[in-house]
Unconditional design. Structure first.
Length: 216
């Protein structure tokens, strides 16, 4: 995909979803996409065929995170992304919502290496990469000090949910990127705040959850 083709497609898909993108964000999103395409050809960062992306897959990779930015509270100061893989949704979302400190957690070394390179190339500020399991990272975090945890395409194991619940502040939120056909059962210890439509071709939803704490 040439530079002009990418920018035209990004503009068209963003307009379709009702998302506005600054010129600077356009440049960074293109840099991210080209970097992801090169690395993906070598180490299979994700299952998307990046050289022949359908509108649905293009939206999933880039537009859904951009659309989700409108739901990030200005008060978010500490944000964890679990199972960061090829960097979506965290990197596109960070590009357009450059507030707070982001920690991307990826247990696979080669994917973590890509994330470090992407952060360097994009000059993203206040971003750390943890090459560990989320449960291990969460164990070293002071409880209830994280404002946002974003998750896509990972199994919601009980240990993961316990770890997320442990780190979230009482006003914290979980962003679950999912399609409407996925199981939307609310995990124990959380309540659904909103199931937000992201305006994309697959009618993807952003499940926004908050933790529930027992009172005595």
């Amino acid at each position: 995909m040439t530079s002009n083709e990418f920018r035209e497609r990004l503009s068209a898909r963003a307009e379709n979803a009702g998302v506005s993108i600054t010129a600077d964000a356009h440049v960074k999103l293109e840099t991210y996409f080209q970097l992801l395409t090169r690395w993906n050809a070598k180490i299979n960062l994700n299952a998307l065929p990046l050289r022949r992306l359908s509108d649905e897959k293009f939206d999933r990779l880039l537009i859904e995170p951009l659309a989700a930015a409108r739901y990030v509270a200005d008060s978010v100061r500490r944000w964890f992304d679990f199972g960061s893989g090829g960097g979506s949704p965290a990197i596109p979302l960070k590009i357009v919502h450059d507030r707070g400190e982001l920690t991307m957690v990826e247990s696979k070394e080669r994917k973590a290496a890509f994330l470090r390179e992407a952060v360097r190339a994009l000059e993203l500020r206040h971003v750390d990469i943890e090459n560990q399991r989320f449960e291990d990272v969460a164990g070293s975090v002071r409880p209830h000090t994280v404002d946002l945890v974003s998750v896509r395409a990972v199994k919601r194991a009980p240990s993961l949910l316990i770890a997320i619940h442990r780190v979230l502040s009482p006003d914290g939120r979980v962003f679950l990127f999912q399609s409407p056909v996925k199981d939307s059962k609310t995990p124990a210890g959380f309540v659904i705040v909103e199931m937000a439509r992201l305006g994309t071709s697959a009618d993807a939803r952003l499940g926004i959850l908050k933790p529930v704490f027992e009172t005595h």
